[in-house]
Design a protein around this ligand. Sequence first.
Ligand code: 5GP
Ligand code: ZN
Length: 117
Amino acid sequence: MTMHSDPDCIFCKIVSGQIPADKIHEDDELIAFRDIRPAAPVHLLIIPKTHIAGLADTEASHEALLGRMMTLAPRLAREQGALDGFRVVVNTGRDGGQEVYHLHLHVMGGPRPWKHG
Ligand code: 5GP
Ligand code: ZN
């Protein structure tokens, strides 16, 4: 798969190491790190290394990548101690509350009372 990087994108800078992050996973195509403003005891972000602006910008050629992001979620949730469940959220577009325009999967879990929504 061709890798894209956007020099103005904060998550591309995390991928390249230009800005630090608390990384908990890295492979050829994905990295995962802790959200800087956690909304749950376990709050991870799983992102592709290649720059894709958001879920609305994915196409059929991204299906395998999206599948890997999704199957990584339960593995990392478990490893990080979210043993009794978690949520996966992909904020998409302005009305979806997306703030960072580099595709990312929120994985939120761990003991309540962090419950929201
Ligand atoms: P969204 O775009 O889905 O609304 O949320 C972006 C998420 O990225 C937020 O939860 C925010 O706390 C997190 N975030 C933004 N900038 C950084 C950063 O520089 N480092 C880390 N680790 N998380 C970030
Ligand atoms: Zn990016």
